[in-house]
Design a protein around this ligand. Structure first.
Ligand code: ZN
Length: 169
């Protein structure tokens, strides 16, 4: 069993054993933490980096720059965030810092003070999807496949789904 994660150092997508707790990135040769981290109290550190998920629970107060596969905040977070997957801010979340992630879900009541950049999702292969077919030099002008393989991921909001129509000539 293996899974794909995003290296917190070089942002490359690598494949690791799903039970591994710590691996070396084959792309940049740096050590990676892949376990999930749960913050349930005050915790301050310069950087909290894992390819797994970071959860700040309702009583948690994390002061750190965060690099993670996914991030869920139900408590407080001070620090800049770079996430390869999805950031979720619960209704009691209070975040002070900049966030960069392909997907962000903010519940009603959450507070966020900082810049938000939603990017990095479309260009990178998403874990769980099949690899892209080789590029066709004579590809048609309008893409016909809607890449519905990502539809199982419910993180998409309706506004991010652009409707495309392929009109017949
Ligand atoms: Zn790397």
């Amino acid at each position: 069993m293996s899974k794909r994660v995003c290296c917190t150092h070089c942002q490359g997508t690598i494949e690791i054993a799903s039970r591994a707790m710590s691996v070396f990135c084959p792309l940049c040769n740096k050590r990676l933490v892949v376990e999930d981290i749960r913050v349930q109290r005050y915790y301050a550190v310069r950087e909290l980096a894992t390819c797994g998920d970071v959860l700040v629970s309702a009583r948690g107060h994390l002061v750190a720059a965060v690099k993670a596969g996914n991030l869920t905040v139900n408590g407080r977070l001070q620090g800049n965030v770079a996430v390869g997957g999805c950031v979720r801010l619960g209704k009691q979340a209070a975040v002070l810092g900049d966030i960069r992630a392909p997907r962000i879900r903010v519940e009603d009541g959450a507070t966020l003070r900082g810049f938000v950049r939603i990017e990095g999702g479309a260009a990178e292969p998403v874990p769980g999807t099949e690899p892209e077919p080789p590029a066709d030099p004579q590809r048609p002008a309008a893409p016909r496949s809607s890449r519905s393989s990502r539809s199982q991921r419910d993180a998409q909001t309706p506004s991010t789904r652009a409707r495309k129509r392929v009109s017949e000539p």
